[in-house]
Design a protein around this ligand. Structure first.
Ligand SMILES: C[S@@+](CC[C@H](N)C(=O)[O-])C[C@H]1O[C@@H](n2cnc3c(N)ncnc32)[C@H](O)[C@@H]1O
Length: 278
């Protein structure tokens, strides 16, 4: 995680709303619900009508949408998970040929079997792909800005006009602020998907974000330099860990005493390494 940026409290700049928190909900249901949940998750934030501190990033609410603003790059990132899921469903994947589906040992249309921890929610793009593969998901994110943005995208998707899409998010997905390896995990969730930010930051992994959006996201999150440690912790906690890497990234070695074996599934720009105890 980046350590040169003050991460909390997050500043949330709202336009056209009286920022008295008590009346927030009555003025804007969606923002009120989101702010309440954010507080319940323990994320520190302050809602303001002008930026009060020197910040590089803030969340901006324009009355309808919440976006992450990168002041240095003058760019913004907005997430739309309902649209993301719809676009995956339209593609009608031949799932058994999808490397992610295979690496996680999923079964077609079997929600009871497909219970997956997404340890690195990020933009939620992979989570939406997994939802389209008919998974039940618990998604973890440790960066407060990314979590807050994801929570907004999640609540918006749960309130989608498309009932089938709304139900998929409400029934199949849950968000958690923090880290999967150190959290209590419900029974049945013994497979984990781990996709940290690649160290060099120059990954050629295909992304659904535009280049500027991707840069904003990478700048904010930095590279996840603890990934060897986290991978090893996840391998201790879960029966199966699927580690997503750029195709040409060097191997990450597990500690010598790890009993895990590894199988690799390759996609066009990505490889999925499945770690498991045989
Ligand atoms: C490469 S990005 C996200 C990729 C994600 N699959 C997507 O579709 O956007 C990695 C994200 O995981 C988060 N992250 C990295 N290590 C984490 C950990 N140990 N626990 C929780 N979140 C983590 C980062 O803050 C970042 O938002």
């Amino acid at each position: 995680m980046k350590n040169d940026v003050k991460l909390t409290p997050i500043q949330i700049l709202v336009h056209g709303i009286d920022i008295n928190m008590k009346s927030l909900e009555s003025q804007n249901d969606a923002l009120g619900l989101w702010a309440k949940q954010l507080r319940d998750f323990g994320v520190e934030f302050e809602i303001c009508s002008s930026l009060t501190d020197e910040v590089s990033y803030y969340l901006d609410f324009n009355g309808e949408q919440l976006s992450l603003i990168d002041l240095k790059k003058s760019s913004k990132l907005t997430l739309d998970w309902a649209k993301e899921l719809k676009s995956h469903l339209k593609k009608r994947y031949a799932v058994t040929k999808e490397p992610l589906f295979r690496a996680l040992k999923l079964k077609g249309d079997d929600l009871a079997h497909n219970q997956i921890i997404d340890a690195t929610m990020g933009t939620g793009k992979d989570a939406c792909l997994l939802l389209s593969f008919k998974c039940n998901l618990i998604c973890f994110e440790r960066n407060p800005y990314v979590f807050a943005l994801g929570l907004w995208a999640y609540l918006q998707a749960c309130a989608s006009d498309d009932e089938m899409i709304a139900q998929a998010f409400k029934n199949q997905m849950r968000l958690e602020y923090g880290q999967a390896y150190s959290s209590e995990i419900p029974a049945g969730y013994d497979r984990c998907f781990y996709d940290p930010m690649y160290e060099s930051g120059k990954s050629k992994t295909k992304s659904a974000l535009s280049r500027k959006e991707m840069e904003t996201f990478k700048e904010l999150v930095g590279s996840d330099q603890d990934q060897a440690t986290i991978l090893s912790e996840l391998c201790k906690k879960f029966k199966l860990v699927c580690f997503k890497r750029p195709l040409k990234a060097p191997n990450l070695e597990l500690p010598d005493d790890s009993r895990c074996q590894k199988v690799v599934y390759t996609g066009k720009s990505t490889r999925y390494e499945r770690y498991f105890i045989p």
